[in-house]
Design a protein. Structure first.
Length: 154
């Protein structure tokens, strides 16, 4: 029965990896548009969301892999591949259609526009975005393998 659930949990794993980074980027861009006290509040909620993500994903991974699949190499490898595929699909979609701002003069990269608007806010908000990336890469790809290697008898 558990091997019939593997494709469904792999799809969920892929969507968490892909949409987590994508929605993280959308939240960072939204918080960038705020000013004053709303920026401080939005940044606080962004950091709180990242902290909740960092604390809840390993528990979810522990439940799904340890309780449901009993740490079988089959499920660990395929779930790690789904995580890799999710992150790579995000980068591939950003490569095919990068975020750009269009005007009468042409198009510019959104990162370049953010940097020209406010370099301090760009640096401040890219740190949580890098944190989202690292969290999803670690919990989606490396954590299942580390759990299995930690369980192996010495």
């Amino acid at each position: 029965m558990k091997f019939f659930l593997t494709p469904f949990t792999m799809i969920i794993w892929f969507l968490v990896s892909y949409l987590g980074v994508y929605l993280g980027l959308a939240l960072v861009l939204w918080v960038f548009s705020l000013s004053g006290i709303l920026l401080v509040i939005g940044y606080s909620f962004l950091i709180a969301g990242i902290s909740a993500l960092v604390l809840s994903l390993p528990a979810l991974i522990n439940f799904v892999i340890l309780k449901l699949y009993n740490l079988s190499w089959f499920s660990i490898i395929f779930h790690s591949l789904a995580g890799i595929l999710g992150v790579l699909c995000f980068y591939y979609s950003m490569h095919l259609s990068p975020l750009q701002l269009f005007s009468n003069n042409g198009s510019t990269s959104i990162l370049q526009t953010l940097w020209q608007t406010s370099s301090f806010k760009t640096i401040l908000l890219m740190l949580p975005f890098i944190g989202i990336h690292l969290c999803l890469i670690y919990t989606g790809i490396f954590n299942p393998i580390a759990m299995k290697l930690h369980q192996l008898p010495k």
